[in-house]
Structure formats: C-alpha cells, structure tokens
Design a protein around this ligand. Structure first.
Ligand SMILES: [Zn+2]
Length: 60
C-alpha cells in the first residue's frame, strides 16, 4: 500500500508466518479488511497508524 500520510512511499507488510515483523490481514463480514498490528514506520515519515475495517486510524 502507499503510505497514507501523503509521503507516497510504498509500504510492504509481510504476511508470512515466518520472519518479523509480520502482520495478519483479516477480512471482516462487511468485506473490509483489518490489518494487525499497527504499522509503525521506523524510517522516513515515521507514520504510526492502524488499518481497521478498510480505514486508516492514526495513532496519537
Ligand atoms: Zn508516510
């Protein structure tokens, strides 16, 4: 996905069971998706956000 902060960086979240960090993507009954845990960029814009039910929720 493209970073939602607007910096246009391509973010890749690994869904593989092995290796870290990794994320789980679950489909909700309403056909949206939820990513767990949150995405926290250590470099660049250092965005920290949650992706729940197809929407971005910024961390405080
Ligand atoms: Zn960004």
């Amino acid at each position: 996905m493209i970073c939602p902060c607007g910096c246009n960086e391509l973010l890749q979240m690994s869904l593989h069971q092995e290796g870290r960090p990794r994320w789980t993507f679950t489909y909700n009954p309403d056909k949206t998706g939820t990513l767990h845990p949150s995405v926290w960029r250590k470099v660049g814009c250092k965005s920290h956000f949650f992706f729940r039910k197809g929407r971005i929720h910024w961390s405080e």
